[in-house]
Design a protein around this ligand. Structure first.
Ligand code: GTP
Ligand code: MG
Length: 441
C-alpha cells in the first residue's frame, strides 16, 4: 500500500442526519485531530476505545457530554487521524460543537470529502466509494444488498480480474512487437485470438451483471402506450395499487404524462401513463399525444397495450417494446390469442404476475435478488468502451495482422477499465462523483 497523502487541512462535519436524534455524531479528519481532541474533550482517547468525555467551549463551559473515539491514521476510514465525537443529537448542541471544532482550525467538510480522502489514501477504490453513497441512497432491500456487495469489493474484483487478463495479453503482444523476427509467428498464433475471445466473454458476463446492478440503483422508466381506451390508465393503477390516473370509458381521457413508482422485486420502476395515440383535432389531446411520443423515445421499456376485444396486435414492434393484450376478461376464448404475448385483464388482475416476469426478463434482470452488485451508468459506459476497443483490436488483427495496432487497442481497453476503479480517472470526474455524496460521508 502506498503512503497516505496527508492533506494539510482538517475537516469536520456532522455524520448523523440533520434533525433531532438520540445521539449525534461529528466526525473530524486530518492533522489537527489530536490537538482538537485535547481542546474539546480534554484528552486524546486511547485509540479505538469508547471514552467518556465532557465537551467544552473556549471558556471551559461544558457544551455536552458523550463519547469520543480516536482512530489514528493510517488505520482509519480516511487513512488520516479521525475523531468521532458522539454527543446528544440536537441540532443546536451539535452546531455549537461543530463551531467550536471549526474555531480550533478545522473547516467544514465538503460533500463526500471523507470518502474522497479514503479514496486518495487507497482505503477504497472508486467503485467502493460509490457503493457507500449507493448504500445510503438505496430505496430497496435488493439495492442495499447489491451496494454492500460492491462495497466489499466484489465488483472491483471482477473488473480487476478482467484488467489482469488484458494486461497479460498486452504484454505478450508488445513483447512480440519488440522482436520483429518473431512477430510473424505471433500473428499466426491462435493463442492471441483465443485470449481475445476469452476476454470478450468475461467482459460480456460482467456487463450482464452490471446491467442488473445499474437497474437496482437507477431503476428503469416504463412507458404505457397504445390506442385510446386500451386500458393504460387501468393497468397503471393496477400495478401501483393506487388510483393515480383517471379511468373512464371515454377515449382520450389521459392527456398529461402521469408518473408513479413501483417496486418490481427490488427494482425501482418509474411508470409513465400517457395519452392514447390517435389523430385528434382537440388541441389539448394533440399536445398529449405529442408528449406521449416524446416519453416513449426516452423510455427504457415501452408497454404497448392492445384492447384484445376489439383490436389485433401490431405486426412490428420496437426493440424495447413489449406488446400486451388487455381485456381478456371480455373474450370467450382468450387461449386463441397468439402465444408468447402477455395476456392480461387490467380489470380483474389476471395475468399480471406473468406480465411482471416478462418485464423483468425484458429488462435483463430475471434474477435481481440473486448475486447482483450495484453498478452505475458510468461503469456501464466504461465497460462498453472497453468492449469497443477489444472489437477494434480483433478487427485490426484479423484484417491487417497489425500487432502494433492491437497493442494500441489493448492499451485503450485497459485505460477504460482502470477508470472504473479510479486507478486512472480525471480529477473533474472524481470531483463530480464525490460532490454528489452527502456531507459527513
Ligand atoms: N372489461 C375490461 N375493461 C377494461 C379493462 N381495462 C380497462 N378497461 C376499461 O376500458 C376503459 C378505458 O380504460 P382506461 O384505463 O381509461 O384506458 P386508457 O388506455 O387509459 O384510455 P385513454 O386515457 O383514453 O387513452 C375503462 O372503461 C376501463 O374500465 C379490462 O381489462 N377489462
Ligand atoms: Mg388513460
Amino acid at each position: 500500500m502506498s503512503e497516505p497523502t496527508y492533506e494539510k487541512d482538517t475537516i469536520a462535519a456532522r455524520a448523523t442526519a440533520p434533525g433531532r436524534g438520540g445521539i449525534g455524531i461529528i466526525r473530524v479528519s486530518g492533522p489537527e485531530v489530536t490537538r482538537i481532541s485535547e481542546a474539546v474533550a480534554g484528552r486524546i482517547p486511547e485509540p479505538r476505545y469508547a471514552t467518556f468525555a465532557r465537551f467544552r467551549d473556549e471558556n471551559n463551559q461544558v457544551l455536552d457530554e458523550g463519547i469520543v473515539l480516536f482512530f489514528p491514521g493510517p488505520d482509519s476510514f480516511t487513512g488520516e487521524d479521525v475523531l468521532e465525537i458522539q454527543g446528544h443529537g440536537g441540532p443546536v448542541v451539535l452546531e455549537m460543537l461543530l463551531s467550536r471544532i471549526v474555531s480550533l482550525g478545522a473547516r467544514n467538510a465538503r460533500p463526500g470529502e471523507f470518502s474522497q480522502r479514503a479514496f486518495l489514501n487507497d482505503k477504497l477504490d472508486l467503485t467502493q466509494a460509490e457503493a457507500i453513497a449507493d448504500l445510503i441512497e438505496s430505496s430497496t432491500e435488493a439495492a442495499a444488498r447489491g451496494a454492500i456487495r460492491s462495497l466489499q469489493g466484489e465488483f472491483s474484483a471482477l473488473v480487476n480480474e478482467l484488467l489482469a487478463q488484458v494486461i497479460e495479453l498486452r504484454v505478450y503482444v508488445e513483447a512480440a512487437i519488440d522482436f520483429p523476427e518473431e512477430e510473424i509467428d505471433f500473428i499466426s498464433n491462435e493463442r492471441v485470438m483465443g485470449r481475445l475471445k476469452e476476454i470478450q466473454e468475461t467482459l460480456a458476463s460482467i456487463l450482464d451483471q452490471s446491467r442488473a446492478g445499474t437497474l437496482l440503483i437507477e431503476g428503469a422508466s416504463v412507458v404505457l402506450t397504445g390506442k385510446p381506451n386500451a386500458g393504460k390508465s387501468s393497468l397503471m393503477n393496477r400495478l401501483t395499487g393506487r388510483e393515480t390516473s383517471i379511468v373512464t370509458d371515454i377515449p382520450g381521457t389521459t392527456r398529461d404524462v402521469i408518473g408513479d413508482v413501483l417496486q418490481l422485486d427490488g427494482i425501482p420502476l418509474r411508470l409513465l401513463d400517457t395519452a392514447g395515440i390517435r389523430e385528434s383535432a382537440d388541441q389539448i389531446e394533440a399536445e398529449g399525444v405529442k408528449r406521449a411520443q416524446a416519453a416513449q423515445q426516452e423510455a427504457d421499456l415501452v408497454l404497448h397495450l392492445v384492447d384484445a376485444s376489439t383490436d389485433t396486435p401490431p405486426e412490428t414492434t420496437g426493440p424495447r417494446e413489449v406488446v400486451v393484450l388487455n381485456k381478456i376478461d371480455l373474450l370467450d376464448n382468450p387461449d386463441d390469442l397468439p402465444s408468447g404475448t402477455p395476456k392480461i385483464s387490467a380489470k380483474t388482475g389476471e395475468g399480471l404476475e406473468n406480465l411482471k416476469i416478462r418485464l423483468k426478463e425484458t429488462l435483463g434482470v430475471s434474477d435481481a435478488e440473486g448475486g447482483g452488485f450495484t453498478a452505475r451508468s458510468r461503469h456501464m459506459a466504461a465497460l462498453n468502451a472497453a468492449g469497443d476497443a477489444l472489437l477494434d483490436g480483433k478487427r485490426v488483427l484479423e484484417d491487417q495482422q497489425a500487432g502494433e495496432l492491437l497493442a494500441e487497442e489493448l492499451r485503450e481497453c485497459q485505460r477504460h477499465l482502470s477508470e472504473i476503479t479510479g486507478e486512472f480517472s480525471a480529477d473533474d470526474l472524481l470531483g463530480e462523483i464525490f460532490s454528489s455524496f452527502c456531507i459527513g460521508k
